[in-house]
Design a protein around this ligand. Structure first.
Ligand code: FAQ
Length: 318
């Protein structure tokens, strides 16, 4: 293709983005647009799958049958979101095996939040309330993203995430209204999960290398800091309503901006966790790699069965 042809395709592509048209897998797109979508969408998929681990650990220890059923359904939903997002990413011309390889070799990231442990039952409340709460704020914005399969996946996923957020908030509410020990457990979970939840939105805008281009391509519809502010403004009144305290002494309502001012995030901690040195990075990766290796015979059997069925079909047709 000549340079002039590429330039004209690029101009048409930018015009489509400006008109808020969805870009579909078979449409022409700049190579960088394709690559950055593979990066973000696959990391999002990996987060859903790795995100099953901290909560999955509590299914057998949920305090009642009702809590067990709800948690089981939630963790299954997260697995479904991961598979849905892997399929959407595959439409950009990368295979699932390649995506897993990137995760298992540490080339692809997943959300920092899942490298923190779920130590008590109250943490399951905090994860639903805060982690799914943060995920929804990010994903509602992504429903308007420019790549069609990603935008459609987000619409469906957001519906399920809002159930997750409510079940987490309800667990926390019940503990906050319980005995002094239960309330202390809920407060302790909030203390440990508050700052890592704020980190889920990524580095501050000034330190985010991908935001500018992703905003131009309408991959991102809001910046990291805008979404983080939205999360703080939404969550502080929820904590107050159930008598819990946000662990930030600098948190203060700012009438002029119509939002809260808050303390500084520990960015050293954030980057340490992103670079593989968080409390559970090694444990999470070990669990994923061993699930992959132990599942090899299942994948081989499924493939052999599919081939056998295909042969039978061909024999019948012949
Ligand atoms: N953790 O330039 P930016 C869920 C990386 S929800 C780890 O700002 P970008 C549901 C970033 O990848 C959680 N790494 O990057 C659930 C980049 O590195 P790279 C998942 C992070 O992409 C709930 C570098 O830092 N949600 O799983 C993090 O423009 C409960 C520079 O950053 C999504 O993935 C981080 N927190 O913005 C499941 C949402 N932040 O790739 C189970 C979709 C940044 O260049 C239980 N993703 N990095 O090597 C996004 O919206 C964006 O990718 C951001 C980051 C906002 C996460």
């Amino acid at each position: 293709m000549s340079e002039a042809q590429i330039k004209s395709l690029e101009e048409e592509f930018e015009a489509r983005i400006a008109r808020d048209e969805k870009i579909e897998p078979k449409d022409w797109m700049p190579e960088k647009y394709r690559k950055t979508h593979i990066r973000q969408m696959s990391q999002h998929a990996h987060s859903e799958i790795v995100g099953m681990l901290p909560e999955g650990n509590w299914i057998s220890r949920a305090p009642s049958l009702r809590r067990k059923v709800a948690l089981l359904a939630k963790v299954q939903d997260e697995g479904g979101h991961g598979l849905y997002l892997y399929s959407a990413t595959e439409t950009l011309g990368i295979t699932r095996d390649e995506l897993f390889e990137q995760l298992h070799t540490g080339k692809a990231k997943y959300s920092s939040i899942f490298n923190y442990p779920a130590l008590t039952w109250a943490d399951i409340g905090a994860i639903g309330w805060l982690v799914d709460g943060a995920a929804i704020i990010n994903q509602v914005a992504l429903c308007g993203t420019s790549f069609g399969p990603y935008a459609r996946a987000m619409v469906r996923i957001c519906k399920e995430e809002s159930f997750h957020q409510r079940q987490g908030y309800e667990i926390t509410l019940k503990l906050a209204q319980g005995t002094p020990e239960q309330k202390a457990m809920a407060q302790d979970a909030l203390n440990r999960f508050w700052w890592p939840s704020l980190m889920m939105f990524g580095p501050a805008d000034a330190d985010s290398p991908n935001t500018e281009q992703s905003m131009k391509w309408k991959l991102k519809r809001k910046t990291n800091d805008e979404l983080r502010q939205q999360f703080i403004d939404q969550t502080v009144p929820q904590a107050e309503l159930i008598g819990l305290t946000i662990p930030d002494p600098d948190l203060k309502w700012n009438e002029e901006k119509g939002g809260y001012d808050s303390g500084e995030i520990d960015w050293d901690e954030f980057w340490q966790v992103v670079k593989g040195h968080g409390p559970c990075n090694k444990e999470r990766m070990k669990a994923r790699v061993s699930a992959w290796e132990n599942g090899e015979w299942v994948r081989d059997a499924a493939l052999a069965h599919a081939e056998k069925q295909q042969d039978k079909k061909l024999n019948r047709a012949g």
